[in-house]
Design a protein around this ligand. Structure first.
Ligand code: DAT
Ligand code: MG
Length: 136
């Protein structure tokens, strides 16, 4: 079933020049880009995006980081795109949970600076694509 998912190359990935690498892995997997935009977001967008984490101790730092500079937002499309991209990204902790061969496993060291975001379910993808691109 064709799905759409929200992918972000977070500000650390843009600063480090890894946008091309992320896109390359998405394309090599067989997924495709349906939309892409470089932007710096307001705190309100970051807070809504990460609303599920609002009571976590790291929420403030997470919002500071996501709004700290330009990021690349993408709509990625393909069969089982949501799970497929989560697999390319690797686990949240780039050392403990992301295996080598994944984006986080290969390019990140710290949980806060884990390079990419990908929607985690069809419900999240719909909510996030509406927030970032105005439609699914
Ligand atoms: P994911 O990005 O893999 O979906 P998540 O939704 O649990 O992970 O968390 C969102 C982001 O919050 C994550 O990419 C990095 C940050 N984060 C998660 N756990 C953290 C922690 N223990 N300390 C600092 N930042 C954390
Ligand atoms: Mg998440």
């Amino acid at each position: 079933m064709t799905e759409r998912t929200l992918v972000l190359v977070k500000p650390d990935g843009v600063k480090r020049g890894l946008v091309g690498e992320v896109i390359s892995r998405i394309e090599r997997k067989g997924l495709s880009l349906a939309a892409m935009d470089l932007r710096t977001v307001e705190r309100s967008v970051a807070e809504e995006h990460y609303a599920e984490h609002k009571d976590k101790p790291f929420f403030g730092e997470l919002v500071d980081f996501i709004t700290s500079g330009p990021l690349v937002a993408m709509t990625v499309e393909g069969p089982r795109a949501i799970s497929a991209f989560r697999q390319l990204a690797g686990g949240t902790d780039p050392v403990e949970k992301a295996t080598p061969g994944t984006l986080r496993g290969d390019y990140a060291l710290e949980v806060q600076f884990n390079l990419v975001h990908g929607s985690d379910s069809p419900e999240s993808a719909e909510r996030e694509l509406k927030l970032w691109f105005g439609s699914l």
